[in-house]
Design a protein around this ligand. Structure first.
Ligand code: GLY
Length: 285
């Protein structure tokens, strides 16, 4: 695993998927277009809902982006965990009726272990319990430790109404010292030991306003890989806030407020909240 700046990581991801036939598009605005179910764009797939459902034709059936996102569901955790913020960039590769689980899983593994050289023995994958196809691909097309594949009931992803489906998430074990120490701590635990770095969504349903899940005309891929989270791994930082994507704001705020970072827990939380909210507000404006 080698050090990589946030900027380099973003570029490496997009280039990898361009090399694999994807069209790179710029981030869409944070303000959703024609989607009354969302106040803000909170995922890389959100601007592309009409491509998934077939209502609109995409410029290409494979697209890759680094999408600016605002998610407020975790706002109370900001600054208190290593990984939550309201503003983040979501790296994503999307297939609109083109490739499906096989390539999505294979490419994710290739990017993480080949391009980024993440240690294979530290990686885990979760799948939806009855997704035998994903299990088979993970065990035959990658060299993940089969004991590191976990079936989780809540592996189903959706945001507002529209395209959604079962997913397969990739985690990295950051070590016991980052964990909560509970005997039941494992993948899916809320503590900071097992960090979810990538979510591969097998988008095959269209959720209606009255909660029905109608099958989509074609199967799709939507993935979400948190830029700041992955940067924290590659930069070997204790949290996303210490990465080069966020730390300069903390340094600036700490100078302005005349408060030293790293001395007092409550001060650190405040500085992290300022860094996060400053990014959110800037991009919302
Ligand atoms: N769209 C997948 C994710 O945001 O996790």
């Amino acid at each position: 695993m080698k050090y990589m700046s946030g900027k380099e990581l973003r570029r490496r991801y997009l280039d990898f998927f361009v090399k694999n036939g994807h069209l790179e598009l710029p981030s869409a605005s944070l303000i959703p277009k024609d989607d009354p179910s969302l106040l803000m764009i909170g995922a890389g797939m959100a601007p592309f809902k009409a491509y998934f459902t077939g209502k609109m034709t995409p410029p290409r059936t494979r697209i890759t982006t680094s999408q600016r996102c605002v998610r407020t569901g975790d706002i109370e955790n900001v600054g208190r965990t290593a990984r939550h913020h309201t503003y983040f960039e979501m790296l994503g590769n999307f297939s609109f009726g083109d490739y499906f689980k096989y390539d999505a899983i294979k490419w994710a593994w290739e990017f993480l272990t080949g391009e980024l050289e993440l240690p294979k023995d530290k990686l885990w994958a979760t799948i939806y319990p009855d997704d035998d196809e994903a299990y088979k691909i993970w065990t035959t097309e990658t060299d993940i430790n089969p004991e590191h594949i976990v079936k989780l009931e809540d592996n189903f992803w959706e945001i507002g109404t529209g395209p959604c489906g079962p997913d397969s998430e990739i985690f990295i074990d950051l070590g016991e010292e980052r964990g909560c120490g509970s005997p039941t701590c494992g993948v899916g635990c809320d503590c900071d030991r097992y960090l979810e770095i990538w979510n591969l969504v097998f988008t095959q349903y269209d959720r209606t306003e009255d909660g029905k899940y109608n099958p989509l005309v074609h199967k799709n891929i939507d993935t979400g890989c948190g830029l700041e989270r992955l940067a924290s791994v590659l930069q070997n930082k204790p949290s996303n806030f210490e990465t080069d994507l966020m730390f300069p704001i903390i340094e600036y705020a700490s100078k302005v407020a005349n408060k030293e970072y790293g001395k007092d827990k409550e001060t650190d939380i405040s500085l992290k909240v300022i860094a996060d909210h400053a990014r959110s507000i800037s991009f919302m404006v």
